[in-house]
Design a binder for this molecule. Structure first.
Ligand code: ZN
Length: 147
C-alpha cells in the first residue's frame, strides 16, 4: 500500500490484529518518510484452489500446510514461529502472482525450499511425503544431495 503522506513509497505492516467482524487492523509504516498510519481491511478468504495429485480440486487451506509441517517437524528444532513464518511466506508466494490455481506439488516444493534452510530432519520428512519417494533409492539420493 502506498504511503498517503509522501505518496511515493510502499509501506510495510508493522503490526496487525484481527477483529471479530472479519476486519484486520494494520499498523503501517512508510519505508521512506516513516509516516505511520492504521488501516482497517476486510479479510478476503483465500480463494485459491489446490489441484491435488489425483486431479481433484479443493479450496486452499492454510491449516493443512501448517499441520503437514508440524507433523514433519515433530521432535526437531523447528518452532511454531518457524512454521508460522514458512506458511506465511508460502501463502504470499502463492497469492502474489494472482494465481488462483496451484497444484499440491507446487505448494509442497515451496514448503520444502523453506524447510531445507531450517531443519534437515523436518525437511526430509516433509519431502518424503510430498515428493512421494517411491523407493528407498530416491530417498537416499535426496539425502546424498544434501551432503
Ligand atoms: Zn512516505
Amino acid at each position: 500500500m502506498q504511503c498517503p503522506n509522501c505518496k511515493k513509497c510502499e509501506t510495510q505492516v508493522i503490526d496487525s490484529r484481527m477483529s471479530e467482524d472479519n476486519t484486520v487492523r494494520r499498523r503501517r509504516e512508510c519505508f521512506c518518510c516513516r509516516f505511520r498510519f492504521t488501516t482497517f481491511e476486510r479479510v478476503e478468504p483465500a480463494r485459491a484452489v489446490v489441484i491435488k495429485k489425483n486431479g481433484r480440486e479443493e479450496p486452499f487451506e492454510r491449516k493443512k500446510i501448517e499441520n503437514g509441517i508440524r507433523r514433519a517437524a515433530k521432535n526437531t528444532e523447528v518452532t511454531e514461529t518457524d512454521i508460522e513464518r514458512i506458511v506465511t511466506k508460502v501463502e504470499q508466494e502463492i497469492f502474489k502472482g494472482g494465481e488462483d490455481k496451484i497444484t499440491s506439488r507446487e505448494i509442497g516444493n515451496l514448503v520444502i525450499d523453506k524447510l531445507k534452510k531450517i531443519d534437515e530432519v523436518a525437511y526430509l520428512r516433509f519431502a518424503s511425503v510430498y515428493k512421494e519417494f517411491s523407493d528407498i533409492e530416491t530417498f537416499e539420493k535426496e539425502i546424498n544431495k544434501m551432503k
